[in-house]
Design a protein around this ligand. Structure first.
Ligand SMILES: [Zn+2]
Length: 614
C-alpha cells in the first residue's frame, strides 16, 4: 500500500521512460525540547524547536499535534468512553457504594487534571494560528510546506501532569512521582492514508520517526529514567559513583538524546536507584526502580534473563539497533516507548519477567517497525505476544511445539463463541468491549502468526521475520507489508488468509466426515478455506501425511521439520477449492486413525470432529 507509484514531480515527470520506482515515503521529526519542572505542583514549562520534514509528495498547508494530556479532564472523550463502555479498564474507574463504576477522570479537580496549554507556536519565526479540539491541535501554516522541504516550529507551552489514570501521570499507585508519557505536543503522523488524528480515548499511538534532544530541568534530588542516552551522567544523580552534580537554583538539567524513535518518555522520582547490564553485542540496559527491599530483589534477579531476552529477540527478529534501553518503574502496568518502558514494579518474579519480555519485544513490533497501533493493534500486540511466548518457552528450557500457545487458541475460541467478536481490522478504540479488544489484539494477533506458520511452513515464517526486518525497520509497515514479505518468502498467495482472518469474524471448522476402505471424506463446515494436513495411521502401523493445499494458495508449503511428522511419508494432493464443501482423499490401506492438523496450529473451532479412530 505504501509502495504505490508516487507522484513524480518537477523535472522527473519529463524524463523519458517514466519508471516505476519504489515510492515509499515517511515524514520526519527532529525535536529539541526543554522542560522546566515544578515537581511540587507537577507542572512544567515546555519549549520545543521542531524541524519537520515533508517527505510526502503533497504540499501541506496545515499540520496537527496531539495534546494527549487534555484527555485527563472531566467531559473529555476519554472520560465519556469510561462512563459509557460496559467493561471499562479497571485502572481508570472506581466503584461507588452501590458498586456502580465511576470514571476517575470525572472526579479530577483543577490541580489534578492534565493539560498542555499552548503559549505560542511559530513557523520559521512567524506566529501561527491554531485550533484545539479535544486532544488534537490543528495548526495553519504561514508558509506552505513543499514536498521534500523542512520547516521549523517553535512551541512554548505550560503543562500540568494529571493524576496517573492511564499510562503516565503523577503519584502512581506505587508512589512514583512523575511518569512522563505522552507529555509533549507530539506531531501527528501524515502518511499515504492522510493525517492520523485519533482522539486519545485510551488506545495506542502512531507518530513519525525522528531524533530527540531533550533537557529536563528538575529539583536536584530526582533521578530520571528515560528514552535515549543520558549525555551528562557525571552531572546528575544515580548513574555514576560520586557524580559532580551541577545545580542551578537547586535544580539539575538532565540531557538525553535519542535517535530515530517515534515516542520519547521519561519518569522521575527521588527514590529511584539505577543499575545497568550490557547485552553482549547489544544495548546497555538500565533498570530504574524505587529503592525498596522487595522491589530491589526482583529487579536485580530479573536482570540476567532480560539480557538473554535481548539476545533471543535479536537472533530471531533482527538486531536491536539502539545503544540503550531502560526499564523504568512507573505508570500503571506496562507500556512501551522509544528505547524505554514504564512498568509497575511490585510484582512476582514471573510477572515482572513477563512484563519486561512483553514491553521489550515491543521495541521490535511497535518502535522499530512503527506500526499504526490505532488501527493495526493486533499486529503490534499480537506479534509482540508471539515473540514473548517463544522467548518464555526457550529461556525456561521448555520445548517449543509448532503451536507455541494452545491457551491463546482456547481464549480466542471462547470469544468467537461468545458472539461479540469484531473484525480485528477495526480501529483499536472502537471495540464494543474491552474484553474483545484484548483477545483480538493480543491473542488472535498471535494466532495469526502461529497459523501462518501452519500455512507457509515454520521455516518460511522464521525467514519472513528476518526479511521483514531488513525491509521495514525504522519504517511504518502495515499488515499487508508483512503479508507481502511472507508471500515473497514462501511463494504462496495469502490474500484470502489476510482478508478472512483479519477483516472478518469467520471461524474455521473442518471435519472428517466418513472413513471407508478406499476413501476419507473431509468436509469444510465453515466459510473459511484453509490448507489441510491430514495425518493417517494405517492398521499395518505405517503413517501417511496428506497435504491438501487450498486453491487460493497457488502452491504448496514445503515439508516441515516437525517431530510427529518425522519419517512419515508425505503425499501432496490436488488443491481444494473453497466453493466445494467436500473433499475426497483416496486411500489403499485400512485406516486405524486419522487427524486433521495434529499440530493444532489450524484455528479450528471444533477439534472434536477433526479426528477419526477405528
Ligand atoms: Zn503490548
Amino acid at each position: 500500500m505504501k509502495k504505490s507509484l508516487c507522484i513524480l514531480f518537477g523535472l522527473l515527470t519529463t524524463i523519458q521512460g517514466f519508471a516505476q520506482q519504489n515510492c515509499y515515503w515517511q515524514q520526519k521529526v527532529d525535536y529539541s525540547i526543554q522542560a522546566d519542572v515544578d515537581d511540587k505542583n507537577a507542572r512544567y514549562d515546555g519549549k520545543m524547536k521542531l524541524v519537520y520534514t515533508n517527505n510526502s509528495p503533497d504540499v501541506l498547508d496545515k499540520v496537527y499535534f496531539h495534546l494527549y494530556y487534555n484527555a485527563f479532564q472531566p467531559g473529555s472523550a476519554m472520560d465519556m468512553r469510561l462512563r459509557n463502555i460496559e467493561d471499562p479498564d479497571s485502572r481508570m474507574v472506581e466503584r461507588d457504594s452501590d458498586g456502580k463504576t465511576i470514571s476517575r477522570i470525572s472526579k479530577l479537580g483543577k490541580d489534578d487534571i492534565g493539560y498542555q496549554k499552548i503559549n505560542f507556536i511559530k513557523q520559521n519565526g512567524k506566529n501561527l494560528t491554531y485550533k484545539i479540539s479535544g486532544t488534537v491541535m490543528e495548526v495553519k501554516l504561514a508558509e506552505k510546506l513543499q514536498p521534500g522541504k523542512s520547516t521549523t516550529f517553535d512551541l512554548d507551552w505550560k503543562a500540568q501532569v494529571p493524576e496517573t489514570i492511564r499510562r503516565g501521570g503523577k503519584n502512581s499507585r506505587e508512589g512514583v512521582a512523575l511518569t512522563m508519557t505522552q507529555w509533549y505536543p507530539k506531531m501527528a503522523n501524515y502518511d499515504d492514508e492522510g493525517w492520523h488524528l485519533d482522539e486519545y480515548i485510551g488506545r495506542e499511538f502512531y507518530a513519525p520517526f525522528g531524533n530527540f534532544d531533550v533537557k529536563i530541568n528538575i529539583e536536584k534530588d530526582f533521578v530520571i529514567g528515560s528514552s535515549g542516552k543520558l549525555q551528562n551522567p557525571n552531572e546528575v544523580k544515580g548513574y555514576v559513583e560520586n557524580p559532580n552534580i551541577k545545580t542551578k537554583n537547586g535544580k539539575v538539567n538532565w540531557h538525553f538524546k535519542a535517535e530515530n524513535i517515534h515516542d520519547f518518555a521519561w519518569a522521575a522520582d527521588k527514590n529511584y536507584v539505577v543499575s545497568k547490564q550490557k547485552v553482549p553485542s547489544g544495548p546497555e540496559v538500565y533498570f530504574v526502580h524505587l529503592d525498596k527491599p522487595e522491589i530491589n530483589q526482583n529487579w536485580t534477579e530479573a536482570q540476567p534473563i532480560t539480557v538473554q531476552f535481548f539476545e533471543f529477540m535479536s537472533e530471531n527478529f533482527g538486531q536491536y539497533p539502539w545503544e540503550t534501553y531502560s526499564i523504568v518503574q512507573g505508570g500503571d502496568g506496562g507500556m512501551e516507548y522509544g528505547t524505554v518502558t514504564m512498568v509497575t514494579g511490585g510484582r512476582s518474579m514471573n510477572s515482572l519477567v513477563g512484563v519486561i519480555f512483553h514491553e521489550v519485544a515491543h521495541s521490535w513490533y511497535q518502535q522499530l517497525f512503527g506500526i499504526n497501533e490505532t488501527v493495526h493493534e493486533w499486529m503490534d500486540e499480537g506479534f509482540t505476544s508471539y515473540a514473548e511466548q517463544l522467548a518464555h518457552l526457550k529461556l525456561s528450557g521448555k520445548t517449543i511445539e509448532p503451536n507455541s500457545n494452545p491457551e491463546a487458541y482456547d481464549a480466542y475460541f471462547q470469544l468467537a463463541k461468545a458472539g461479540i467478536e469484531e473484525p480485528m481490522s477495526l480501529m483499536a478504540d472502537y471495540y464494543n468491549y474491552n474484553y474483545a479488544y484484548g483477545i483480538e489484539a493480543y491473542v488472535k494477533g498471535q494466532i495469526y502468526l502461529i497459523q501462518l506458520g501452519y500455512i507457509i511452513g515454520d521455516e518460511n515464517l522464521k525467514t519472513t521475520f528476518k526479511e521483514f526486518y531488513k525491509e521495514w525497520k525504522f519504517k511504518h509497515p502495515t499488515p499487508n507489508d508483512f503479508k507481502r514479505t511472507a508471500e515473497k518468502i514462501s511463494g504462496l498467495n495469502l490474500k484470502w488468509y489476510q482478508n478472512l482472518f483479519v477483516n472478518t469474524v469467520r471461524t474455521i471448522d473442518y471435519s472428517i466426515e466418513t472413513v471407508k476402505k478406499d476413501e476419507i471424506k473431509l468436509k469444510n463446515l465453515s466459510n473459511f478455506p484453509m490448507p489441510i494436513d491430514l495425518l493417517v495411521e494405517y492398521t499395518d502401523g505405517s503413517k501417511e501425511l496428506f497435504y491438501i493445499p487450498n486453491l487460493e494458495l497457488r502452491g504448496e508449503k514445503p515439508t516441515e521439520n516437525i517431530e510427529i511428522y518425522k519419517d512419515v511419508k508425505r503425499t501432496v494432493l490436488d488443491p481444494w477449492a473453497w466453493t466445494a464443501p467436500e473433499y475426497s482423499v483416496k486411500i489403499s490401506k485400512e485406516v486405524k486413525s486419522a487427524v486433521i492438523d495434529p499440530t493444532k496450529r489450524l484455528a479450528d473451532i471444533d477439534f472434536s470432529n477433526n479426528t477419526y479412530k477405528k
